[in-house]
Write a protein that binds this ligand. Structure first.
Ligand code: PXL
Length: 278
């Protein structure tokens, strides 16, 4: 069985990070190991969340894993909570990457033009350096701007602007850059990507839903990682991931009693398995 290790926080309630990666990746028929970076009572969109930084626990866990000679088909990183953790993750990638390990970095920093609470422009720049280690990075537009230290493009940009932004992001050193939340018209949203080696762009769009939820970036990144590890091309993987994420939002909106803090991805897991022929 393939094995992914995801390096991100545990938000105990919040339908994001590990509580999304584990069920999604497991549903895709892949073992999901976790290297937790912090434990929060909820994600940071809630008020008064607790935060236990696990930076100090990581070296011991990694040493044990090295002794056990664990191998990973993919290293998938998300929310990282400290500068030291960025170094630890870079070191982890150097230690555990083999010729067949894909490294997917979701540079979780913010959304809607704002950084999440606790993050700074310096931290965003340091995350930008980590992106050099990746086979695939999956920033949203806000994260793209902060990674590059540029103004947030807002809305109303054109395709040329996004292509140029992708090229600059690619300059951070990742082999593939996948930008999420791209929209050139009021009724469509999707993903645009760039593969550095081939100097090629790719994209996938679907109808826009009038809602936004925390954790959809994690759903997208987890599903993309799972599909990529299963052997899909990057375009196939991001298509599956975008469709699944949109389906989760749609199902959530159908339930008038849905929670405000995350999507009802649980109800869409069976169809994700079916799409993969599982
Ligand atoms: O969904 C990204 C994410 C992950 N982890 C934590 C967060 C967020 C977004 O708000 O707060 C702790």
């Amino acid at each position: 069985m393939k094995r992914i290790v995801t390096i991100q926080d545990i938000s105990c309630i919040g339908k994001c990070s590990c509580t999304v990666a584990l069920p999604v990746i497991s549903t895709m028929g892949i073992e999901c190991a976790i290297l937790p970076t912090a434990v929060l009572s909820t994600h940071t969109e809630f008020q008064n969340f607790t935060f236990r930084d696990l930076t100090g626990d990581i070296p011991g866990i990694v040493e044990h894993w090295k002794k056990e000679k664990f191998k990973f088909d993919s290293i998938y990183t998300g929310y990282l909570g400290s500068f030291r953790q960025l170094e630890q993750v870079a070191e982890f990638i150097r230690d555990f990457r083999t010729g067949s390990t894909s490294v997917i970095i979701d540079p979780v920093l913010g959304d809607y033009g704002r950084l999440y609470p606790g993050f700074t422009v310096e931290f965003a720049a340091a995350m930008g350096k980590l992106c050099a280690e990746a086979d695939v990075i999956v920033p949203n537009l806000t994260e793209a701007a902060y990674l590059l230290g540029e103004p947030y493009p807002g809305e109303g940009y054109d395709e040329k602007t996004i292509r140029e932004l992708l090229k600059r992001l690619s300059g951070l050193g990742a082999k593939n850059t996948v930008l999420t939340g791209v929209s050139f018209s009021p009724d469509q949203v999707g993903v645009m990507g760039y593969e550095a080696e081939k100097d090629e762009y790719f994209s996938y769009f679907h109808p826009k839903l009038n809602a936004s939820f925390n954790g959809t970036g994690d759903l997208f990144a987890s599903t993309l990682t799972g599909a990529y590890v299963r052997g899909c091309s990057l375009l196939e993987a991001l298509t599956i991931a975008a469709d699944f994420t949109a389906q989760c939002v749609e199902l959530t909106l159908q339930n008038p009693e849905h929670v405000f803090y995350g999507v009802e991805f649980e109800r869409a897991l069976p169809s994700l398995a079916r799409r993969l022929g599982l």
